[in-house]
Design a protein around this ligand. Structure first.
Ligand SMILES: [Fe+2]
Ligand SMILES: [Fe+2]
Length: 487
């Protein structure tokens, strides 16, 4: 296995664009070599976390090639005269022992960022030291990786066909105060087919014998390299997608991006089988310009079922939504962040759906598990469907789906309002009579183009620009109360 990993490391050196990584130096015993330019961070970032995890609301993380010990987190703290530099030790965050060396070429380290820090850096790389107050811009995107699965072969080596790095650059240029990533980082689930080597050659392949599809270099290629400048630019609020299920990219997600201490091994296989894991519902509080508060409540919908109600999954999700309801109720304004949409609409090219299933609504298990618990939310943000879409169901929060962050887009046509609402099958019959149905949408708009969104507070509510890859708006949405409309 070690041999497999070291071959992978050498063959993938070219992936780390512009990084002078001397991969031969990775042979040094872990923890003994000094930090050299060859060990510059692959990524350094600050994850927004519950204040029970970190009093400042931020956890610092750094990802380096293995072969050195953890660097320090350097912070500028207030002092009587100006500020003083303080060095904080970072702790290694380890992948599970059963992940078959898939992550052994990386070193991941972390530390809470102390409350009151004015600046922060790791190995010379600046990262956010605090969550800004008076926030007036929030970047939003999701579904970003390069899709390699079955017949779906995206051109990972072509920035027009897989534009994640360009989207990340545009977001950095917009200088948001906070960035929300809505899930589905990881898409390199198979080898680039030999016949397609001109468009995806060099892409890291999964370990053939592993009960998961990700690896250190899969994450470097799909996330750390293309998103690098963005990762360091703003605090990150991170949502787990179904591509981060334990059988897919979950090990890398929990190693690098889960915003909590002690969770890095959550997806490690047990007896050769990937577990099923639900992260607890968590909240991050933001101070918005104008003295407004905004609570972001993150429900883990990595596990789910889109076209049918899965009772077992719904039973696990229901307490997560009950917790979300209670967290939202206690805030001025709350947005629900969850990867699978509560009421997204798929292209009718996917019709006809099998008898007994819903129309093109997705994800009905989410709609079922959250039923009756969404009153305190003004907006639901998700991705998962590879389009941008705004949906308004009467009595529900406005819903914005942003699954257009780089992975291959869904069909360009057609997204009519279904005749019946979510939790109803194609014949209008309730999918779960004991719980009820939802009315159909009063408005539904869909854009099949790559990009991201930028949300800014308005005198009442929010203005949300839907931007293309270059950062130019192709639509503008208004959220007033719980109503979203776009033009
Ligand atoms: Fe996706
Ligand atoms: Fe997804």
């Amino acid at each position: 296995m070690a041999k497999v990993t070291s071959m992978r490391t050498r063959s993938l050196a070219a992936l780390v664009v512009g990084a002078a990584l001397a991969f031969s130096s990775l042979a040094s015993p872990a923890g003994f070599a000094a930090l050299t330019p060859a060990h510059a961070p692959l990524a350094a970032y600050a994850l927004a976390a519950s204040t029970s995890e970190s009093a400042s609301g931020l956890i610092a993380r750094v990802v380096l090639p293995a072969g050195v010990g953890c660097p320090s987190l350097d912070v500028m703290m207030p002092a009587k005269q100006g500020s003083k530099k303080v060095r904080k030790a970072m702790q290694e965050r380890k992948a599970g022992a059963t992940t078959l060396n898939a992550f052994s070429t990386l070193l991941v380290c972390e530390a809470p960022i102390p409350k009151g820090a004015r600046a922060a850096s790791i190995a010379g790389r600046s990262i956010p030291a605090f969550i800004p107050r008076n926030i007036d811009s929030i970047a939003l995107f999701g579904d970003s990786g390069c899709r390699l699965k079955g017949t779906e072969v995206q051109a990972c080596n072509d920035s027009a066909q897989w534009p994640l790095a360009r989207i990340a650059q545009s977001i950095v240029r917009d200088k948001p105060d906070v960035t929300i990533f809505l899930g589905d980082f990881f898409y390199r689930e198979e080898s680039c087919p030999t016949a397609n080597s001109a468009i995806c050659g060099g892409s890291p392949a999964p370990l053939p014998e592993a009960p998961f599809t990700d690896s250190a270099w899969g994450w470097v290629a799909d996330v750390l390299t293309p998103m690098g400048p963005l990762l360091s630019a703003t605090p990150l609020v991170v949502v787990r997608g179904n591509h981060e299920q334990c059988s897919r990219g979950g090990n890398g997600f929990y190693l690098m991006f889960d915003p909590a201490f002690g969770t890095s091994r959550s997806c490690a296989p047990a007896a050769g089988v990937a577990p099923t894991v639900y992260s607890p519902t968590r909240a991050v509080d933001l101070s918005i310009k104008g003295g407004r508060g905004l609570r972001l409540v993150n429900v883990d919908s990595a596990n789910g079922s889109d076209n049918t109600i899965d009772d077992t999954i719904a039973a696990s999700l229901r307490p997560l939504y009950e917790r979300a309801h209670n967290l939202a109720k206690a805030s001025d304004e709350a947005w629900l962040l969850t990867h699978r949409p509560l009421s997204g609409v798929l292209s009718n090219q996917y019709l006809p759906v099998p008898q007994g299933e819903s129309t093109t609504w997705t994800s009905v298990t989410q709609a079922y598990a959250s039923y009756g618990l969404l009153d305190p939310f003004s907006l639901s943000l998700s991705s998962h469907v590879h389009i941008a879409q705004a949906v308004q169901i009467p009595g529900q929060p406005g819903e914005l789906i942003l699954g257009n962050g780089g992975t291959e887009l869904d069909p360009t046509t057609a997204y009519p309002i279904p005749p019946y609402g979510p939790l109803t099958n194609a014949s209008g019959q309730p999918l779960a009579p004991e719980r009820g149905t939802l009315p159909t949408a009063q408005s539904l708009q869909t854009w099949v183009t790559f990009g991201y969104a930028m949300a800014a507070p308005a005198a009442t509510g929010w203005t949300i620009a839907l931007n293309d890859v270059r950062g130019e708006a192709f639509a503008t949405c208004r959220l007033k109360g719980r109503q979203i409309t776009c033009a």
